[in-house]
Write a protein that binds this ligand. Structure first.
Ligand code: HEM
Length: 349
């Protein structure tokens, strides 16, 4: 995300290989398997949803992204990775012992060593996971990406994917718990696509239209990346202001998604806003949870896929319930989440 122009274009092209239909089919299979087994453990329980989905998303990334099975090895990678992300917002910015930055630097050293050693064998192998795909891809001159670049991209992919999916799925779980009528509507759509508890394969994802609208509405209400920085390349005028080349410019989905001129009753959960008839008239950049332009999120289809598979497993077999009058408080930064973890019950149908 911090690269620009030619280098960015070349690396983005290599990374895109991991999001083509064939690998996506493979990830869908492993997501279905992992989600099904975990939801069995949540069935009939009252639990904190946010930490549970965070753990599941990390575990799913271990298989789809890295091609390593769940277990102690994946746990170690996940811990190193979580420490590294925490360090990015640590107050102390030098890697002293017992600080978030210290743990983060240790985590990063572990991951660099861990991924780095695996690159040669992944190049020779036929793994379908993201890491293997990126290791095997060559640029326009026939060269592999360097080990250092692969390590950095894998770290970024894990970071880009896991907190964002965790946050957006949590938002939709909360909205569905508050709007049981939407659980019924989605369940009907889902059961027409695949039997209860079976999940959906990659080829059927397009049929879950309303589920996609509901997920988009969750991303509108609580965009996982509430704002992101840009820099003006040349002078331009915007909203009556002159912006000089080189100026920092903040783009804020959280603000844009609440603009009444684009979103009537912006606080209301209404997935029908995304039905083609309503969406057709809307400004192209009124909905920007995945950014836009040259850096637009590469993993948005992966995010839709994980969300659709997850909700198919949950909603076709359970009712998502919260206690009457329950109103969790949300923390917005660095990534939106319910402060108390969001207490929900998954009642078997
Ligand atoms: C709901 C989930 C997600 C949200 C809301 C989200 C949001 C974003 C945003 C706002 C950006 C910056 C876009 C810009 O600067 O215009 C971004 C970039 C990116 N995202 Fe996502 N993301 C999500 C999931 C994922 C997943 C699952 C992956 C990978 C599997 C991923 C990979 C990336 C990558 C590689 C970039 C950098 C693209 C570039 O700079 O060319 N994201 N994402």
């Amino acid at each position: 995300m911090l690269m620009d122009f030619e280098k960015h274009r070349a690396d983005r092209k290599i990374l895109s290989v991991a999001f083509k239909p064939e690998p996506m089919r493979h990830y869908a299979d492993s997501l279905n398997e992992g989600i099904k087994s975990r939801i069995g453990k949540w069935s009939g329980k009252t639990f904190k949803f946010y930490p549970a989905i965070k753990e599941l998303t990390l575990d799913l990334a271990a298989t789809s992204f890295l091609g390593i099975p769940w277990g102690p090895e994946a746990d170690k990678v996940n811990k190193a990775f979580v420490d590294m992300v925490q360090a990015s917002i640590g107050v102390v910015r030098v890697p002293l012992p017992f600080t978030a930055m210290g743990r983060g630097a240790k985590g990063r050293a572990f991951l660099v060593d861990y991924f780095g050693k695996m690159v040669p064998e992944r190049r020779e192998g036929s793994g379908e996971d993201m890491f293997s795909q990126i290791c095997r891809t060559r640029d326009d001159d026939g060269n592999y990406m360097s080990v250092e670049a692969i390590v950095d991209h894998m770290n970024f992919l894990m970071m880009a994917a896991h907190d964002t999916i965790t946050s957006s799925i949590t938002t939709l779980v909360w909205e569905l718990a508050r709007h049981p009528e939407w659980q019924d509507r989605l369940r009907e759509e889902m059961l027409a696509v695949a039997p209860a508890g079976e999940g959906v394969g990659h080829n059927s994802l397009g049929q879950l239209e309303m589920t996609e609208w509901a997920f988009k509405e969750a991303l509108r209400l609580v965009p996982p990346v509430p704002s992101f920085p840009r820099r003006a390349l040349k002078d331009f005028d915007y909203g009556g202001y002159r912006i000089p080349a080189g100026a920092s410019v903040g783009v804020s989905p959280a603000f844009t998604h609440m603009m009444e001129e684009h979103w009537p009753e912006p606080e209301k959960f209404d997935p029908m806003r995304f039905s083609p008839e309503v969406a057709r008239e809307r400004h192209k950049y009124a909905w920007v949870p995945f950014g836009g332009g040259a850096h637009m999120c590469l993993g948005l289809h992966f995010a839709y896929m994980q969300a659709k598979i997850f909700f198919h497993h949950v909603v076709t077999t359970h009712r998502i319930v919260v206690a009457p009058g329950y109103e969790p408080e949300w923390q917005v930064l660095p990534i939106p989440r319910p402060k108390d973890g969001l207490t929900v019950t998954f009642e078997p149908l």
